[in-house]
Write a protein that binds this ligand. Structure first.
Ligand SMILES: NC(=O)C1=CN([C@@H]2O[C@H](COP(=O)(O)OP(=O)(O)OC[C@H]3O[C@@H](n4cnc5c(N)ncnc54)[C@H](O)[C@@H]3O)[C@@H](O)[C@H]2O)[C@H](O)CC1
Ligand code: K
Length: 477
């Protein structure tokens, strides 16, 4: 479940060849792997049309055709843009023909139940040239089920850009690993259901998808030997007279995700509203940044706070303290993060990230992974870039993509709950990377559980109060 850019794939192919694994063998593994995934979906009576391009993506299509023919499926191989040009695709074509199999003429009158898009892969450069746009437009209106090899033709590999006539796939078989565009916008919408095909090379990417098994492996198990002080005291600086609820929602997230002791720094008025919703918390009405590290294990600041000069000065001083800090909402602004040893985590949604970086939200959505990673590395912090496919970028250049969550989360207050969960999480986990990824994963998993029985529009952030106990139990048992 790793991610690779087109450049990385090219380097991997080269290295594999130097190590003795030929491109011919990799292409064989690719075509065979796709065949195995596709077989259970295909009905023997269905007609399959393989559209192969001139590069190695077309070569994968040639191998797939051979396996389908060997199996007795109704399958035609066509080269709508001309015969293959790369040496490896030509070698596979020669073997295909030596097996006694033929290449058919392409025509817009061909009919099929399945179209396999083997036109362009990671070697593609947008926009579509020559007659390709005509062919992809024909695929999209053919009414056939469409499976794309590696990526849908007309979709960029590493960015969210798509050609106007990009293939709209039902299934995409990504080779060796996901390409970034599977999790970017609008490109991800062209992929359909994506799965990764193992082509026999070791996985070595610094970026991957955070999966169920990662959560089960890293989520702390109850040891029976803990007390309220085991995980230290967490400090939540949140809530104002006008926005007391944000602090309450963050407190629910923290308390339900493992905080042993929680102190909330807020206004007296806000405390009267927060108190009944989070009676376990204690309050501080005059918090000072000096000495915070001696009293608290970690600090989250921002939900329900107004971004003003006073807050900015406070945060600057806070950043000098050797304590883990989570910055959200009102605490997110453009600033310098001088060399700090203790971790900083920022949790912007694309609009907030746009304010931090000066980049437009559409550009951010097209490049969520690379922009988040660049910001994390340059500033030495962790970025949780929220939204569908939340990106978690670590300061060492690695990162993970989270796939849990759904539309139900697009509600005010759910982000506050996540901030509280992150605050609790970094106190209970051994690894801070896993702490952040698990909080994001479980937060999304709560929303997934919610929509099993409820309307997505009906989720409110305070529902996490009862969703979290169930979902935590599910992943820690
Ligand atoms: N390690 C792996 O993952 C392996 C993947 N394989 C497959 O190989 C392709 C990449 O092959 P490559 O030959 O580099 O590129 P393409 O097949 O994507 O196409 C290049 C071909 O297309 C022309 N072209 C590019 N852009 C356009 C455009 N916009 N319009 C028209 N024509 C275009 C270009 O000029 C070239 O002629 C990868 O995706 C996998 O499918 C290997 O099989 C095994 C190892
Ligand atoms: K393709």
């Amino acid at each position: 479940m790793h991610l690779y850019t087109s450049q990385q794939i090219k380097a991997i192919d080269k290295r594999a060849e130097q190590m003795g694994m030929s491109l011919f063998a990799l292409m064989e593994n690719a075509g065979n792997g796709i065949y195995r995934k596709l077989m259970p979906l295909l009905n023997k009576s269905e007609k399959v049309l393989i559209l192969a391009g001139k590069g190695n993506n077309g070569g994968d299509g040639i191998v797939l055709t051979r396996y389908l023919k060997n199996n007795g499926n109704h399958v035609k191989l066509v080269f709508p843009t001309g015969e293959p040009k790369t040496p490896t695709a030509l070698e596979h074509l020669a073997f295909y023909q030596a097996c006694g199999y033929e290449v058919s003429e392409f025509s817009f009158d061909l009919k099929a139940d399945w179209v396999i898009d083997a036109l362009l892969g990671v070697g593609s450069q947008l926009p579509l040239r020559e007659n390709l746009a005509q062919i992809t437009a024909w695929i999209n209106q053919s009414g056939a089920k469409v499976a794309a090899i590696d990526l849908p033709t007309g979709v960029s590999s590493d960015e969210g850009d798509i050609d106007e006539y990009a293939v709209q796939a039902d299934y995409t078989y990504a080779l060796h690993g996901f390409k970034p565009s599977a999790f970017l916008f609008p490109s991800s919408q062209n992929y359909g259901e994506v799965s990764v095909i193992d082509i026999g090379i070791r996985q070595d990417s610094g970026w991957r998808v955070w999966r169920d098994e990662d959560v089960r492996k890293t989520l702390p198990k109850p040891t029976g030997n803990t007390h309220k002080g085991t995980f230290g005291t967490n400090l939540l600086i949140a809530g104002s007279d006008e926005m007391p609820g944000s602090a309450a929602l963050a407190a629910i997230g923290a308390l339900r995700f493992g905080t042993g002791k929680l102190t909330i720094a807020t206004t007296k008025h806000a405390s009267t509203i927060i108190g009944p919703l989070a009676p376990e918390a204690t309050f501080s009405f005059d918090v000072k940044s000096a000495g915070i590290a001696d009293q608290y294990l970690s600090v989250a600041i921002g939900p329900g706070l107004n971004p003003d000069d006073e807050l900015e000065t406070f945060i600057k001083d806070l950043l000098d303290q050797p304590v883990a800090i989570i910055l959200d909402a009102g605490a997110l602004s453009q600033r310098k993060y001088n060399d700090r040893q203790a971790p900083v985590i920022i949790t912007p949604h694309p609009g907030e990230f746009s304010r931090l970086t000066g980049k437009r939200s559409v550009e951010i959505q097209k490049n969520r992974i690379s922009f988040a990673s660049q910001y994390a590395v340059e500033n030495g912090l962790m970025v949780v870039l929220k939204g569908k496919y939340t990106v978690i970028a670590y300061p060492d250049g690695t990162g993970v993509i989270n796939l849990t969550g759904n539309r139900a989360l697009s509600k005010g207050g759910t982000g506050d709950t996540l901030t509280g969960m992150l605050l609790a999480s970094i106190g209970t986990h051994q690894s801070i990377k896993a702490a952040v990824a698990n909080a994001v994963f479980i937060h999304g998993a709560c929303a997934n559980d919610w929509v099993k029985e409820n309307g997505d529009q009906a989720l409110s952030a305070h529902d996490f109060d009862r969703l979290l106990p169930k979902i935590c139990r599910h992943y820690s048992s």
